[in-house]
Design a protein around this ligand. Structure first.
Ligand SMILES: Cc1ncc(COP(=O)(O)O)c(C=O)c1O
Length: 362
């Protein structure tokens, strides 16, 4: 009796009990092409210089609570317009969470697209917000009519637009995004996690609309392990959202390591250029294979369709041959037959293509 009274089933919110935790598979020794990471490590001499930078750090002390030097460096690198404020997060995931916490309330809704980055929904549900997913068109574009009518109907407190979108890889039409920003009653967050792999951005448009914020991360740039994201926008919004931030959210090692890495930004830019040109080669190889259909991508991954009903089999066969990609078939709907491959090193991309070719033959 007492045990039942003190059980999690009684006390954990029902919407939390209904959630599945975000699952990250263990890659073991597989070629890891499932998580949109940059595949390149640093040259040995750079690793030594980085370690020299870490040695004098005082881990007994709290970090600079405002991460001021790092904020300044990120502003420059990400070309945040003059007069706009920035807020740093432990990954852009944490900034999405801070946004949700700041705007949560009864009957309030976050709106995004279907498909898109799964954390928007998960974080909305954890924060106690409603979530509305607007279906994308057949080519994964943003349908203005459907989107604007959903905005009208739900009056969302935040609209998240991943630009380029994950897992589809495409950019939405600029004019439609502008229409969404104008029509939205609350915030529109343009999430530019894949900015290193496209020339398109809304960063320079900040300040043009009172309700536009831009979200960035250093993860896809090659620093996923540091967990560092940036939210940019008008001070009136960011000052309020900052109140939901836990003190010292950017730790000492991240502050120092990110500063060091960003001082070597040319190397990261060269890696991004390499990934962009390898993306074109990988897309071409996929187009040449019978039975798969790749979608155009402005990100560091490619979504592709397998023969009908075959996604689980192809995923398992690739894994069997040592290559881990992302299986999206469980998402059902438009993604039922889809897998997503991250652009890796040329040898990794070739291993993937070889394995896929074998699989499609069998
Ligand atoms: C669209 C989008 N936004 C944000 C993130 C999270 O990035 P971070 O590593 O900064 O938390 C991802 C990660 O895959 C993503 O695809």
């Amino acid at each position: 009796m007492t045990a039942a009274l003190k059980s999690p089933q009684r006390w954990i919110r029902t919407e939390i009990q209904a959630l599945s935790a975000y699952h990250v598979p263990d890659p073991g020794k597989l070629v890891k092409l499932d998580a949109m990471e940059n595949p390149y490590r640093w040259p040995a001499e750079l690793v030594e210089q980085w370690l020299d930078r870490l040695r004098p750090l005082e881990l007994n002390r709290y970090p600079d609570p405002g991460a001021r030097d790092l904020s300044e460096k990120l502003r420059q690198i990400m070309q945040v317009p003059e007069g706009m404020q920035v807020l740093l997060g432990n990954g852009s995931d944490e900034l999405i969470q801070m946004l949700a916490l700041a705007l949560a309330g009864p009957e309030r809704v976050i709106l995004s697209t279907d498909p898109t980055f799964v954390m928007y929904r998960l974080i909305a549900e954890v924060a106690g917000l409603g979530y509305r997913a607007v279906p994308l068109s057949a080519d994964f574009s943003l349908d203005p009519e459907v989107t604007l009518s959903a905005i009208e109907q739900t009056q969302p407190v935040i609209v998240f637009l991943a630009y380029p979108n994950n897992p589809t890889g495409n950019l939405f039409d600029t004019a439609v995004v502008e229409e969404v920003i104008r029509a939205a009653p609350g915030l529109v967050v343009v999430d530019e996690a894949y900015a290193p792999f496209t020339d398109a951005s809304f960063m320079s448009r900040l300040g043009e609309f009172p309700n536009l914020l831009v979200l960035r991360t250093v993860s896809k740039m090659g620093l996923a392990g540091l967990r560092l994201g940036l939210l940019a926008g008008p001070a009136e919004w960011l000052g309020e959202i900052d109140k939901t931030r836990l003190p010292y959210n950017i730790n000492v090692l991240t502050q120092a390591s990110a500063m060091f890495a960003l001082q070597h930004k040319t190397m990261l830019d060269e890696q991004a250029q390499q990934i962009r040109s390898d993306r074109a080669k990988l897309a071409q190889s996929l187009r040449e294979l019978d039975g798969v259909r790749p979608y155009p991508s402005e990100a560091n991954f490619i979504l592709f369709e397998t023969p009908q009903g075959e996604a689980d089999r192809v995923f398992a066969a690739l894994k069997e041959q040592g290559v881990l990609v992302k299986n999206l078939s469980a998402a059902a709907g438009r993604l039922r037959d889809c897998l997503r491959v991250t652009v890796g090193k040329p040898t990794e991309n070739q291993a993937f293509i070889d394995a896929l070719q074998n699989t499609l033959k069998s």
